[in-house]
Write a protein that binds this ligand. Structure first.
Ligand code: ATP
Length: 347
């Protein structure tokens, strides 16, 4: 059984890490037929009249699955964020960002294993900003009952199906009593349906951040509105080795888009030094999603093989620069492919 998926290489380090990921997925035996589409600066460079061309959105709507590299939104010129627009257009309301310690990547903490779930469609990302008068700007934070209930239900379902035991909501309802208050109220109410299986608590976000960096092991699933989720995801990436090792997925409507937490990293783009692991791990999430939703066990086998291979590479010191190693993007991909071959030979 094969699967068709849309690949958006993106820009900056996107094409480099996408190429590496595609190569490793193929070497692991994943049967993916890629349909390549452009977004962001890359789309403009290819002559599209928009940073989010209709044929890119339509391809995802048709095939339901995409693996997406980072896309830079041009500054100025009236462009709004491609990532935000894509999530809104496809109704990808739930972002899932697993954060796990990796063998071979020593950090201050061992055994971090948590998931950040982020509401993806509203909050301050609604993008409603106004100049009230010269020197006075307002940005509107939007919270709707439907979206708050929807993300809470999504988070508890996600936690339940993965055997997670606790959801902690990060909020600032002591200040934003209405918007964050609604978010909290919905999470609290939805918890009633899951209280036999999943514990629930709430943390004011500033105190929550302090506890996260003191003792990340006490957290299991963290549920946040949009902006908090963005910030907390990067903070959590820092607990396990950085943005080079933190994957993500956006779910909702009936499409799923898998993408690393990191951006296009213009400071290292084009140098062949970016760590492809975050996008590769997002690709592994995509394979597990295909296995779950389409019952294709070969995807689980490929996902397990890739995980085993990159763990073996990391523990034997094959690492990119961001993790203290010396390998370039494509050399790291070579090392993972060679490891996959060795694993294949042993079986
Ligand atoms: P955005 O706002 O688009 O999410 P950002 O401001 O979070 O982007 P990134 O582009 O993610 O910024 O980069 C932040 C830092 O992390 C940069 O120094 C970058 O080089 C580094 N970085 C990000 N991704 C990787 C990667 N895959 N490999 C190595 N370093 C990376």
């Amino acid at each position: 059984m094969g699967h068709t998926a849309v690949l958006i290489p993106g820009d900056g380090i996107g094409p480099e890490v996408s190429e590496a990921t595609k190569r490793i997925l193929a070497a692991a035996g994943a049967q993916i037929h890629w349909i390549e589409r452009a977004a962001g600066v890359a789309a403009l460079d290819q002559g599209a009249d928009s940073v989010l061309p209709a044929d890119t959105v339509n391809a995802i709507l048709e095939h339901k699955i995409a693996l997406k590299g980072p896309c830079t939104t041009p500054i100025g010129g009236g462009f709004s964020s491609i990532n935000v627009a894509l999530r809104k257009k496809l109704n990808l309301y739930g972002a899932v960002r697993p954060v796990r310690s990796l063998d071979g990547v020593p950090t201050r903490y061992e055994n971090v294993d948590l998931i950040v779930i982020r509401e993806n469609t509203e909050g301050l990302y609604a993008g409603i900003e106004n100049t009230i008068t010269e020197g006075v700007i307002t940005s509107l934070k939007v919270a709707t009952l439907d979206a708050c209930r929807r993300i809470a239900r999504f988070a508890f379902e996600y936690a339940l199906t993965r055997g997670r035991k606790r959801i902690t909501v990060f909020h600032k309802a002591n200040i934003m009593k209405l918007s964050d208050g609604l978010f909290l109220k919905c999470a609290h109410e939805v918890h009633d349906d899951y209280s036999n299986d999943i514990a629930y608590d709430e943390q004011i976000i500033d105190a929550g951040c302090m506890r996260l960096v003191q003792d990340p092991g006490r957290f299991d699933v963290i549920l946040c509105e949009n902006l908090y989720g963005d910030v907390i995801s990067d903070l959590c990436a820092g607990l396990v080795g950085g943005l080079g090792v933190t994957p993500g997925a956006n779910f909702g409507g009936d499409a799923a888009v898998f993408e690393a937490v990191h951006g296009s990293a213009p400071d290292i783009a084009g140098q062949g030094v970016a760590n492809p692991l975050a996008l590769l791990m997002s690709g592994v999430m995509m394979l597990r999603h295909l296995a779950e939703t389409r019952g294709d066990e070969t995807c689980t086998v490929a996902a397990d093989r890739i995980r085993e291979a990159y763990n073996a590479c990391l523990t034997s010191g094959h690492k990119t620069r961001d993790l203290g190693g010396t390998l370039g993007t494509s050399e790291f991909a070579d090392a993972v492919c060679a490891q996959l071959q060795r694993q294949g030979a042993v079986r």
